[in-house]
Design a protein around this ligand. Structure first.
Ligand code: SF4
Length: 85
């Protein structure tokens, strides 16, 4: 079975997922960066998953960020004008 490719580049979604998880790991270890708690993170990701702006690769089409990364810092905000979280 073919692994689906990203619509925006030549990489597969598996490569994207690995890169996103590596970035999450890097941010988690970054000194001085306050991350949101687990409950808040789940809430944000749920809102993103229900939002029509999230593409099939997990990228927010409002800002171009991976939602998994955008939701992580405590002081991050949803970029939508109606701000979902
Ligand atoms: S960050 Fe906001 S606009 Fe983007 S997918 Fe999540 S809820 Fe939707």
């Amino acid at each position: 079975m073919d692994i689906p490719k990203c619509r925006a580049c030549e990489y597969t979604n598996e490569i994207h997922r690995a890169a996103v998880e590596a970035e999450v790991e890097r941010l988690s270890k970054m000194k001085g960066l306050r991350l949101c708690g687990e409950d808040e993170l789940k809430k944000r990701l749920l809102l993103c998953s229900e939002c029509g702006q999230l593409d099939m690769n997990g990228v927010c089409m409002m800002c171009g960020c991976y939602a998994r990364i955008r939701t992580l810092p405590a002081d991050s905000r949803c970029p939508a004008p109606q701000r979902r979280w």
